[in-house]
Design a protein around this ligand. Structure first.
Ligand code: NAP
Length: 263
């Protein structure tokens, strides 16, 4: 049996990854902050899929939390064949309104932890000649948002970083992919207190569907995965539209929202 390590494995997309990988009969290492919830998730997966599940409580926005997960990834006697860097947060308010502490916490989790864990994982995969890393980004990473926080910038970093490492390592047996979903029904928006009432039903994706598409794209050796036809089209427009036109459209929308706030 091979082993996969999933961060943010107790809710939303991370829990869906844990279920899908357990169903493939992979042993698991689950990472999140809430130890009780991790233990409950591990028990459920062990009972349902008869796989071994280790739990590793860690705050990945902290140095110490990253260091503990890095140490587990570097353990050559207990190899990890797949790392899913999934844990991430958003912020409700815009860059200027947010405290710099909140901005730094988001950067630490969405960017620094992804870099540190990928570094530890690929260094131990390369001597074995194989291994996979799946980094969860977002369609928000395809372009700027306004008004918005720096969330989209953290996700743009994940895409460019993953594509770079993918190109560097694909000939050495290690695959790296960035997953770029649209809106997914999880705890993400509720945790950040981001209102969702105005988001049309047609734009919501199911976490299990997103994970199924992402794992299929990883196996195909693709550098990015954009689940669902809807978001392949929408994401493609945002990603490949000429930047000056795109910036003008986003700028107008931001101005309209700003006027609405003043009224
Ligand atoms: N939902 C969407 O619409 C959407 C769209 C595009 C991309 N994404 C991305 O998908 C990923 C997963 O999000 P989700 O929607 O599944 O969110 P979610 O339902 O809120 O789950 C977040 C998970 O991350 C863990 N986590 C949060 N902060 C952590 C920290 N500091 N250290 C370690 N673990 C932490 C949480 O557990 P604890 O609280 O116990 O730590 C939980 O297991 C994120 O990277 C997000 O940016 C989400």
């Amino acid at each position: 049996m091979t082993t996969a390590l999933v961060t943010g494995a107790t809710a939303g997309l991370g829990a869906a990854f844990a279920r899908a990988l357990a169903a493939e009969r992979r042993d698991l290492i689950l990472v999140a902050r809430d130890g009780d919830r991790l233990a409950a998730t591990a028990k459920e997966l062990t009972e349902k899929y008869s796989v071994q599940v280790e739990i590793l409580p860690a705050d990945l926005a902290s140095d110490d939390g990253c260091a503990r997960v890095e140490a587990r990834l570097a353990d050559a006697d207990r190899p990890v064949e797949l790392l899913v860097n999934n844990a991430g947060i958003g912020l409700r308010s815009g860059f200027v309104e947010n405290s710099i502490a909140d901005e730094e916490r988001m950067l630490a989790l969405n960017v620094r932890a992804v870099m540190r864990l990928t570094h530890a994982a690929v260094r131990s995969m390369l001597p074995r000649g194989h291994g996979d890393v799946l980094n969860v980004s977002s369609v928000a990473g395809f372009g700027p948002t306004a008004p918005g926080s720096t969330y989209s910038a953290t996700k743009a970093w994940v895409i460019t970083f993953s594509e770079s490492v993918h190109l560097t390592l694909k000939h050495r047996g290690v695959r790296v992919i960035a997953l770029c979903p649209g809106f997914v029904r999880t705890e993400f928006h509720q945790r950040a207190e981001i209102p969702t009432a105005d988001i049309p039903d047609a734009l919501w994706l199911d976490a299990d569907d997103v994970v199924r598409d992402a794992l299929a794209d990883l196996r195909r050796g693709r550098p990015t995965s954009v689940p669902s036809v809807r978001y392949k089209v929408l994401g493609g427009i945002v990603r490949y539209a000429p930047r000056p036109i795109f910036l003008r459209v986003i700028g107008r929308a931001a101005k309209a929202v700003g006027r609405g706030r003043q009224n």
